[in-house]
Design a protein around this ligand. Structure first.
Ligand code: ATP
Length: 243
């Protein structure tokens, strides 16, 4: 039992949640190490949404609003951490929610789909095929989902697929706490923020955006600027400790 007074309460509760997700086969064991890397970067970033990330979340909302065929790609970690937030974003944006896994098994697809549906998501079903040119199972998706998408939100992505999607001409919005990752550096729009803060941030922005502002925001997206600002935040926090 973790006492609420513990200074790392939120982080410890989240770890417990991820561990139970792993025991239930929803989160891959490898997903736990990916979570740990995310935690480390969140620690360095101060565990809050920066002004820069909030701006990126508004641009993400604009991209979803102006998209022809928006898709949200969900893996085990994302489902375990924020299925309810994904459902809220789907409700306001009308985006398709599709499960896409690196460690893909029918059992995991079923378990993750159930978590998403229990939270209120409508999850894309039907036949899948390797529509994305990758040797691993992240390449498997639905013809009327990611394969047809113009804009794809990919929380907790791996760099290979982000790159493959960009090469296919898709607009890729990545949520990744690591500004050095291949994913963050490849995405059309990197959101350097924790997924449970970023997804509600995008939803809130979506609700307050009118079409005119959305059209303006998607005109010029300076991906490198968001990476620079995150690295500057980390550098400033390290300097504060050294001073
Ligand atoms: P890349 O190929 O992009 O360089 P990777 O494939 O090695 O990275 P993974 O091991 O798949 O990266 O880890 C996924 C990424 O997700 C990590 O960069 C990590 O920082 C990030 N991440 C993990 N948990 C969260 C979270 N809760 N919110 C946002 N980002 C997270």
């Amino acid at each position: 039992m973790i006492p609420e007074s513990h200074p790392r309460y939120r982080s410890l509760i989240t770890r417990e949640r991820m561990a139970s997700g792993a025991r239930a086969g929803v989160v891959a064991l490898e997903g736990l190490t990916a979570h740990g890397r995310g935690e480390a970067f969140d620690y360095l970033l101060g565990e809050e949404t920066s002004t820069s990330a909030a701006r990126a979340e508004r641009v993400a909302a604009a991209l979803l609003k102006t998209a022809r065929h928006p898709v949200i790609s969900v893996n085990g970690n994302t489902a375990m951490l924020c299925a309810g937030a994904i459902a809220s974003l789907q409700k306001v944006s009308g985006a398709i929610v599709e499960v896409n896994l690196f460690h893909r098994t029918d059992d995991r697809i079923t378990a993750i789909t159930r978590i998403l549906e229990d939270a209120g998501c409508k999850v894309l079903a039907g036949p899948v095929a390797r529509h994305i040119p990758l040797d691993h199972d992240r390449g498997i998706c639905h013809a009327d989902g990611m394969a047809a998408a113009d804009v794809i939100l990919v929380p907790l992505e791996d760099g290979d697929r982000a790159e493959a999607l960009v090469i296919m001409g898709k607009i890729v919005i990545a949520i990744d706490l690591n500004p050095l990752s291949r994913t963050a550096r490849t995405a059309t729009l990197p959101i350097i923020d924790e997924v449970t803060r970023a997804v509600p941030g995008i939803t809130a922005a979506y609700e307050s955006l009118d079409k005119g502002e959305a059209d303006r925001l998607v005109q010029e997206i300076d991906a490198a600027q968001y990476l620079r600002e995150a690295i500057q935040t980390i550098r400033r926090r390290l300097d504060d400790v050294l001073d």
